[in-house]
Write a protein of this length. Structure first.
Length: 418
């Protein structure tokens, strides 16, 4: 617990100076949980010796294991076969995340509350620091080497935007915890608006879109909490299944003519990238083109001409900026099936929980942020992005614990139990 509290407390420094540091922070926390005997004494029989595949947690665990194993196997026919170790970069954060959620949910009330309070304060402080950095020209990043010599310190501001990406899914669990602490319905709104303000400062428009959609989704969950988890689960599964077919049908030229003046070049490029990625993904069925194929495609140097662009742009960046297309492109049908089964199992596990409204709202908000990021920005190989989802899962577990703790405390008080 001391390790978890200490590393979570370092998050504001990480999002300002080194957003990729979140990945080793998550792994260290997971290692701390795994260094004790109890998780192994419970986990080995539960998952290995007597697995019950009717349990969605067990089924989801095996689905993720199959997904990561298939990742490594596709290196056999990938143009970048040496990248098989990328599968480890997916598996380890997910494994660490499962361990951290388990550890949080088994902890006693006082310890869970301490970590929850630290988590909420840290997320708010991170958003505040990022906002201040954006408004004041990033003086904190300017203090420490190396000096950013890019035009108008472009690299510094992109890194700060990535810091917003790190905390974006975790903002909603933090808001739920703060509501529990303050009992003020405006407090979580302030937290979310602070993060949205930070997102607006930087050039990564996906962060702003994700936080706005997350806010709307969490509001919907507050109003209609029943079945919302299953609705979100099946929405993600449908997006996964339909991704390449929607991509190849994109009316890119019409979109260019209609919205070309209002969309940035990066978004216009994405339209081309998604359509081409969808077509190549369908050509690579059933097994896909292999792990990190998009990077090999990018290294071929193909360029596209976009209206109003001063220079030709890459036909494929290092990834297609859509995780669902990336799964189809590189992993084929086995990857789609394994990932889909993981999503369905996770949804079933969440649907089985007895949620209170603020907690289900924070979970749905975090999922919505992650979904938007997966649709327009993220890559499977960015371990820090997977770690950001783990951070949000920690926050959701903490918010669940805090609300359960409060309920138990009220019951005990009525019964005269200290």
């Amino acid at each position: 617990m001391a390790t978890m509290i200490g590393l979570v407390a370092l998050l504001p420094f990480s999002v300002v100076f080194a957003h990729r540091a979140l990945a080793p922070m998550i792994l260290i926390m997971g290692f701390a949980v795994g260094s004790r005997g109890e998780p192994w004494r419970i986990g080995i029989p539960y998952f290995l010796l007597k697995p019950d595949f009717k349990d969605p947690v067990v089924l989801g665990g095996y689905a993720m294991l199959a997904f990561c194993a298939w990742l490594g196997l596709t290196a056999i026919w990938s143009p970048l076969g040496e990248k098989w170790e990328l599968s480890i970069g997916v598996f380890l954060p997910v494994l660490a995340g499962g361990a951290l959620v388990w550890e949080i949910l088994r902890r006693v009330a006082s310890e869970a509350t301490i970590l929850a309070n630290v988590f909420a304060v840290v997320i708010v402080l991170s958003a505040l620091l990022l906002l201040i950095e954006g408004l004041t020209g990033a003086p904190l990043r300017a203090i420490f080497p190396p000096e950013d010599l890019s035009p108008q310190r472009y690299k510094d501001f992109v890194a700060l935007g990535r810091g917003v990406s790190v905390i974006a899914p975790a903002v909603f669990p933090a808001a739920a915890i703060i509501y529990r602490i303050t009992d003020n319905k405006f407090a979580p709104v302030v937290v979310i608006m602070l993060a949205i303000a930070a997102a607006m400062i930087f050039s990564i428009e996906a962060n702003f879109a994700a936080l706005v959609v997350g806010g709307l989704a969490s509001l919907f969950a507050l109003l209609y909490p029943k079945r919302i988890v299953l609705i979100m689960t099946w929405l993600i599964v449908m997006v996964l299944v339909a991704a390449p077919f929607i991509a190849v049908a994109l009316p890119v030229e019409w979109l260019m003519e209609t919205f070309g003046e209002s969309l940035s070049l990066s978004w216009l490029q994405r339209l081309y990238v998604w359509r081409e990625a969808g077509a190549v993904a369908l050509d690579g069925l059933p097994f896909g083109h292999g792990i990190d194929y998009a990077r090999a495609w990018s290294e071929e140097g193909g360029m596209i001409l976009i209206p109003n662009a001063p220079i030709p742009l890459p036909e494929m960046p290092t990834h297609p900026h859509n995780i669902f297309l990336q799964i189809w492109l590189e992993l084929g049908l086995p990857g789609v099936v394994a990932f889909g089964l993981f999503i369905i199992s996770g949804g079933r596990a969440l649907a089985a929980v007895e949620w209170v409204r603020p907690v289900v709202a924070c979970v749905i908000g975090a999922i919505a942020v992650t979904l938007i990021s997966a649709l327009v920005e993220a890559s499977l190989w960015q371990v820090w992005r997977i770690s950001a989802v783990v951070l949000a899962a920690m926050g959701a577990s903490l918010s669940y614990s805090v609300y359960q703790i409060g309920d138990r405390a009220a019951v005990n008080a009525r019964r005269g139990i200290n």
